[in-house]
Design a protein around this ligand. Structure first.
Ligand code: ZN
Length: 366
């Protein structure tokens, strides 16, 4: 039986919850994750029409990009439109799951999907995120170092970009004295023991901490394992906000704007003054990406496009870059296709449907 939790666990291996921004509220918003998964609707937002669609299809899971609850709820009052939708979901035993800034912060997620629609090459994260990885140091008798290393790699540590099984080891001498009640693997109780040990160093993503520690303790021969876990402030190229890459060929600015208009089916694009330069390097951020304008400038993008820009933002490029607002919904619309696709690939017999309802609340009067 496929449970809702199986789908959630899969999504969280692709976009771990710890990658969400502090203000966010990703994860299960309501519902019973132990229930059998009967089918899922995928949408950017939870709207009354999306809830209708789930009910009509007999589905009991809605996966949304924007979590419907952001801040704490103090009252469950059906007069509030969001609460009323959630009450309907609860009444119909429909679980609602939000996958938001954690999906923005993985390169294959929201921004990778946008980039693929434009055919961008050499894609990397525009604003790599710090605090995503930890370092593990441990001390192992030399004869057991290889076994411990293998177990820790197996648990997912030591992967950096396009490399895995990365570690560092150095030789040294460890000392310990086993006290009454101890059961030392080596050495005699009451005597200081000197052992040739290797110090092993690894890095791993924060969300793997439990499995890496379990692997270490299972593979390490000592009764009490010596280790340090250290937070890292490194930036890793594949984790963080926005994306930057290059078009196969340089294109005229107006041509790029018309490409964006047609690919993202937007009613109108607001943009800064044309710079007169061709566009080759393109930075982007799905949703509300004004905070990354300076990152795009620093990375020498010819164009940065996102949604939700304000009047003053359009002054910032000052002729150095073309800045465009293609609309929040428009920029993120393909997130639903991405989620539908990855869930289908993983669970081929499970019914998952991208919503057929148009949920953009912004309209253009032309
Ligand atoms: Zn958004």
């Amino acid at each position: 039986m496929l449970r809702i939790a199986d789908i959630i666990n899969f999504l969280e291996t692709l976009a771990p919850l710890h990658l969400q921004e502090e203000y966010d509220n990703c994860g299960l918003v309501c519902g019973n994750s132990n229930a059998e998964a009967l089918g899922a609707i995928v949408a950017l937002d939870l709207t009354a029409e999306v809830v209708d669609e789930a009910i009509e299809n007999g589905f009991n899971l809605i996966v949304v990009h924007h979590p419907p609850i952001f801040k704490g709820l103090k009252k469950i009052d059906a007069k509030d439109p969001v609460t009323s939708m959630l009450l309907r979901c609860i009444h119909h035993e429909i679980a609602v799951y939000g996958i938001h800034t954690n999906l923005d912060n993985v390169i294959w997620g929201v921004n990778g999907e946008i980039a693929s629609r434009l055919g961008l090459k050499n894609l990397q994260v525009l604003a790599p995120k710090a605090g995503t990885h930890l370092q593990l140091n441990t001390y192992v008798p030399s004869a057991h170092a290889e076994g411990v290393k293998n177990a820790i790699f197996e648990a997912g540590a030591g992967a950096i970009g396009l490399y895995n099984e990365c570690s560092f080891s150095s030789l040294g001498e460890g000392t310990f004295k086993a006290l009454e009640g101890a059961n030392p693997f080596i050495g005699e109780k009451g005597l200081r023991h000197l052992e040739q040990e290797q110090k092993l160093e690894f890095i791993f993503p924060v969300h793997l901490q439990n499995q890496v520690m379990m692997a270490l303790k299972a593979a390490h021969p000592y009764e009490t394992v010596a280790y340090h876990i250290l937070p890292l402030e490194n930036h890793f190229q594949e984790l963080g906000g926005g994306a930057i890459g290059s078009l196969p060929d340089a294109v005229d600015e107006k041509e790029v704007l018309s490409m964006l208009k047609s690919i993202f089916k937007t009613g109108a694009i607001r943009h800064s003054p044309l710079t007169g330069k061709p566009i080759k390097t393109v930075a982007l951020c799905g949703g509300s990406g004004k905070s990354l304008i300076y990152n795009a400038l620093a990375m020498k993008a010819d164009l940065y496009f996102t949604g939700d820009l304000g009047y003053h933002d359009f002054f910032l490029p000052a002729g150095r870059m073309l800045l465009a607002d293609i609309g929040h919904f428009e920029s993120e619309q393909y997130t639903s296709d991405l989620l539908e696709r990855v869930i289908k690939e993983k669970f081929p017999t499970f019914a998952v449907l991208k919503t057929g309802r148009y949920t953009n609340p912004v309209n253009y009067f032309l």
